[in-house]
Design a binder for this molecule. Structure first.
Ligand code: SAM
Length: 355
């Protein structure tokens, strides 16, 4: 880390230490407490997944429009003092942001932060896995929708499955034990029982946990009506899947995914996860998350375009508790349930928001 950056950090630490007990947890009007912050560090991506970004017309932000590390750290710090315990770095593709591990290592020093995670497409993970682990990242979600190289390339519009698999292997080598594969139930992929079952087997053979996500109609995308219940049913035809309450409890604290554990001989103990934003009417009931976009917008909900412009406040020099009124404002109007099923999806594209 440069000297200038470390001086800035320690300046803010001193400024804020004196106020840290005066801050209260971030909650919305229905008392859902924010304990999880997703931080998008760039809206640039080296893949252009069909369900995430339009084929044309999407333009990543200029560098000066993105929050600087010191600004991101200031937001994470005040959010941590106000109850955030987990931070996930995402994007765009987070690994495209140069020197990201410097920021992660700083965040790892915050005593309030219990877990640092990352969502990545894995394309350059082999290069960064060790640095990420050293910096304090412990959980990785890798986006991988198909183990067929041609289908993978088509969905990611140019992605290279071999590179992603190499990244996963390297991550495991350097110590990552909790890797989840995110697969979106998109129309590009043939969604059949055989495809889902074979996807599970390949993921388990790699030592990672497959997880399906219902596609959301974000940024004007047409989402198909495929629900995770169809996948669960197909897997149950083949394996005895049990809901593991302990595992679910541990992971519910982290997010809205539900997990099942296989109870049959060959794959006994293997897990599979599901996220059902479109079909679960209670999906938002225990929402504990906030999102910081790469351009400095603070969002209470992925599915709601309303956001508070923290970048302006930061660039006016505000730090620590001075940011609190803006943060509270972002959560005042948080909806009890998203409106994506009612024809009101967010218009911003996913890669700009940080999924
Ligand atoms: N570039 C990284 C990656 O590929 O994982 C991080 C950003 S990406 C926006 C984060 C996650 O958003 C991906 O794992 C993908 O599963 C999810 N995602 C993107 N578009 C989605 C959509 N329309 N519906 C559901 N999930 C989506």
């Amino acid at each position: 880390m440069s000297n200038v950056l470390s001086q800035q950090y320690s300046k803010h630490e001193k400024l804020d230490q004196s106020n840290r007990h005066s801050v209260v947890p971030v909650t919305d009007w229905s008392e859902r407490q924010v304990t999880y912050l997703r931080v998008s560090v760039t809206d640039r991506c080296n893949y252009l997944c069909t369900y995430c970004a339009p084929a044309e017309g999407w333009k990543a932000s200029a560098k000066k429009e993105l929050l600087q590390f010191e600004e991101i750290f200031a937001v994470i710090q005040i959010m941590a003092w106000r109850g955030v315990k987990r931070v996930r770095f995402t994007g765009g593709e987070p690994l495209l942001r140069r020197d990201l591990c410097t920021l992660i290592a700083q965040v790892n020093e915050l005593p309030e932060i219990e877990e640092i995670a990352m969502t990545t497409n894995g394309h350059i993970l082999d290069r960064y896995a060790e640095d990420l682990f050293q910096a304090g990242v412990r959980r990785l979600n890798v986006s991988l929708d198909s183990f067929d190289p041609a289908i993978f390339e088509a969905i990611t519009r140019g992605g290279d499955l071999k590179r992603v698999l190499k990244g996963i292997e390297q991550a495991q080598k350097v110590g990552f034990t909790d890797i989840v594969l995110n697969a979106v139930l998109s129309p590009e992929l043939s969604q059949t029982a055989q495809v889902w079952q074979s996807f599970c087997e390949k993921a388990w053979a790699l030592g990672v946990t497959p997880r399906w996500i219902e596609m959301m109609p974000i940024g004007g995308q047409q989402a198909p009506d495929i629900q995770v219940s169809s996948v669960i049913q197909a897997l149950q035809e083949r394996w005895d899947l049990q809901t593991d309450t302990n595992l679910n409890c541990a992971r519910i604290a982290r997010g809205p995914a539900r997990y099942y554990t296989v109870n049959d001989a060959v794959y006994k103990g293997k897990q599979v996860g599901f996220i059902s934003p479109m079909s679960d009417p209670h999906f938002c009931a225990s929402c504990n998350r906030a999102r910081l976009t790469a351009r400095g917008g603070l969002r209470a909900c992925l599915a709601d375009d309303r956001e508070i412009d923290l970048k302006s406040a930061l660039r006016m020099g505000m730090r620590g508790p001075a940011l609190s009124p803006f943060i509270d404002q972002a959560f005042q109007g948080k909806r009890p349930q998203h409106l994506m099923n009612q024809g009101a999806p967010p218009l911003n594209v996913m890669t700009g928001l940080g999924g």
